[in-house]
Design a protein around this ligand. Structure first.
Ligand code: ADP
Ligand code: MG
Length: 348
């Protein structure tokens, strides 16, 4: 399971900090008209024109958020950008710039940093964002990647968590629980490998859920779809900590209740089967697993017809008045209080 593909090892000391930054960023070409000046001075300069600016940061720490035993560095770079883009889409905005700050051991070879940046650049290219700066430091323990993303939206388009209304339909894109089940699979194969390094990981046929964990895609397409249908969601959040936790955030911040229907929660067949193999309840994986990076949003009932035929959006419940509670209605029709076990970032 050597996930660092390049076998050459160039010591970072040979380049020095400035040499490294220059080496990593010299081929990057700025493409957004909102980027007035990118990397190379004390600060980047942006031109927001007449839009509002959205800013969000996410930090990924080795041993807490990722395990280099089964995370290829290119995927890690890609994912660290995606999780940030997802936050801007969740505001119904368009991300246009990122900064990337890295803390790493001086023993990290240049080739490893290059792979990380390959993933970062791939995400920038595919999602059309400029890398405009960052910081680089030595770290005594573990790899740290902190990405900040800047996005833009017209004020009237920005979608908050706090504005869901009674009667609104609760919608979610894609399917849920896959990233969590993919993680269980990778953790299991890591243990098998540690016990016997001769045994190669058995991920055969499990590409979808492994990719859900290692290479998530932020849902720009959903933001575009809603716009093209003339729908402005009444509230929105991205699913990073599990459906239950995110829906509770919307309810709490909107001061509303909800009815969520278990049978409507979208779960991919491979996620379902693999969860069962692990003795896990697929619904619990969707509710509490996390890292799916789908969009959870509410729409007015009047917008239902505009979206009802989109297979990639599921309507999973509706918003109620606050005293009606936050309910999960099980497949057998029982009503449970919706609770968030969440995905505790401090569990390590
Ligand atoms: P300063 O000493 O002013 O913080 P640096 O030498 O750290 O400047 O950075 C020089 C330039 O390179 C700046 O534009 C900075 O944003 C950029 N930069 C530094 N580290 C990174 C990185 N890891 N990724 C992308 N850009 C970086
Ligand atoms: Mg600096």
């Amino acid at each position: 399971m050597d996930l660092f593909e390049n076998t050459e090892r160039t010591n970072l000391h040979e380049l020095g900090e400035f040499g490294l930054i220059d080496h990593l960023t010299k081929n990057f070409v700025i493409s957004k008209s909102t980027t007035f000046k990118g990397i190379g001075d004390d600060a980047a300069v942006l031109d927001a024109k007449n839009k509002k600016v959205l800013v969000s940061t996410d930090m990924l720490l080795e041993g807490i958020h990722f395990d280099l035993a089964y995370t290829p560095l290119k995927h890690l770079g890609y994912k660290s950008v995606q999780v940030n883009l997802s936050d801007i889409y969740a505001m119904n905005g368009i991300p246009e710039q990122i900064t990337v700050s890295i803390g790493m051991s001086s023993k990290f070879p240049l080739e490893a940093v290059e792979e990380l940046y390959e993933g970062i650049y791939l995400a920038c290219d595919k999602y059309n964002v400029d890398l405009i700066g960052g910081d680089t430091s030595a770290s005594k323990q573990g790899l740290v990647i902190s990405v900040t993303v800047l996005g833009y939206a017209d004020e009237k388009d920005i979608t908050y968590r706090s504005t869901a209304e009674e009667g609104d339909l609760i919608c979610v894109s894609g399917d849920l629980g896959g990233a969590y089940v993919g993680l269980q699979l990778l953790e299991r194969e890591k243990l098998v490998y540690l016990e016997n390094p001769q045994i190669q990981p058995d991920l055969e046929g499990k590409d979808y859920i492994v990719e859900r964990q290692l290479k998530p895609e932020a849902r720009r397409d959903v933001v575009d779809l809603l716009k093209s249908r003339g729908i402005k969601p009444t509230s929105m959040i991205d699913v990073s900590d599990g459906l239950a936790s995110e829906l509770l955030h919307i309810c709490k911040q909107s001061n509303k209740g909800c009815n969520l229907y278990e049978e409507k929660i979208p779960i991919d067949p491979m996620t379902f089967e693999t969860a069962r193999e692990f003795g896990l309840d697929p619904t619990v994986c969707a509710l509490s697993g996390g890292e799916d990076y789908e969009l959870l949003f509410t729409i007015k009932q009047a917008d239902y017809d505009k979206i009802k035929n989109d297979v990639d959006v599921s309507i999973i419940g509706y918003i109620t008045e606050p005293n009606a509670g936050k309910n999960l209605i099980s497949k057998s029709g029982q009503v449970h209080a919706l609770t968030a076990q969440g995905w505790n970032a401090f569990k390590g």
